[in-house]
Unconditional design. Structure first.
Length: 284
């Protein structure tokens, strides 16, 4: 029986997941069909309930990660910690497994540009992706995180998440930037095309790494100012490619830690398929 996979979300037309996954499966010699589908949160449970044995797994983007968390009968540690599932794996006779590969996507994209340790991190925006960014900060050895948002009170859950991840999270408005400790890393989770709500000094931009989760349009206004100052920049498309590689592991073996055959070659091909070099930077 042919194996089916897909990315679900809304909106979904812009997704680069199909080209990333198809590139990996072609190189691995796997005759798997990976498609995309517009699905809203209320629709997901009934759609999953009707999927037959041909379905191997799903990638989930916004706004489905919370619903997918509830659907998964077994969840990995990252999913449990963040309360978000972006990968569902159907395992016959064992049920539905849920994973969060966004955290790995963040840390791997940053490692590709040389960022592997950050004692203090700023996160711009307090939505769902910010939760994965908080946990990624903990993975990078952060002791504290400052979350900057327009309405910080809506992000109160991140304070408790920080405690569970082993660090301190403070909530601030964008206007409070000058009162905060200088970061070693800034992670922007703001939507693509958003106006930049804060202004970092040239000195901070030159010495601090930036991950801008948005990748369309690119470079974002924020990334442009960072590059102009000579700072290190990782983009959201690199994060997407790295988390997709971990999804490929899950879809292949139901194990996010088990490398696939010729994994370095597979990753290089995935990055190239979306116009990125080995560091996850756009090829000029």
């Amino acid at each position: 029986m042919a194996q089916q996979l897909a990315v679900f979300g809304s909106p979904i037309g812009h997704s680069k997941s199909p080209v990333l996954h198809r590139t990996a499966y072609d190189l691995l010699g796997l005759d798997w069909d990976y498609t995309s589908r517009e699905v809203t949160a209320p629709e997901l449970p009934s759609i999953v309930a009707t999927m037959d044995a041909s379905w191997r797994g799903l990638s989930l983007t916004m706004p489905l990660k919370g619903v997918a968390f509830e659907l998964a009968g077994t969840r990995d540690a990252m999913a449990e910690l963040t309360g978000a599932v972006n990968t569902l794996r159907f395992v016959p006779d064992r049920g539905l497994f849920g994973y969060n590969t966004d955290v790995a996507g963040i840390t791997r994209a940053l490692a590709a540009v040389g960022m592997t340790h950050a004692p203090h991190v700023h996160i711009l925006g307090g939505g769902a992706t910010a939760a994965s960014a908080v946990v990624a900060a903990a993975e990078l050895g952060a002791l504290s995180v400052s979350v900057l948002a327009r309405t910080p009170e809506k992000s109160a859950a991140l304070v408790d998440l920080g405690r569970r991840a082993g660090l301190t999270v403070s909530l601030s408005t964008f206007d409070d930037l000058s009162q905060l400790p200088e970061p070693q890393l800034v992670v922007s989770t703001l939507p693509g095309g958003s106006a930049v709500p804060v202004t970092y000094s040239p000195a901070v931009r030159a010495s601090t790494a930036l991950l801008d989760v948005a990748y369309d349009p690119w470079p974002s206004s924020l990334a442009g100012t960072w590059t102009d100052a000579g700072g290190r920049v990782a983009n959201g498309l690199s994060m997407l490619a790295h988390q997709a590689l971990v999804q490929v592991r899950i879809f292949a073996d139901n194990d996010p830690f088990a490398p696939v055959d010729n994994e370095a070659e597979v990753l290089a091909a995935m990055l190239a398929s979306v116009g990125l070099d080995a560091r996850g930077l756009p090829v000029v």
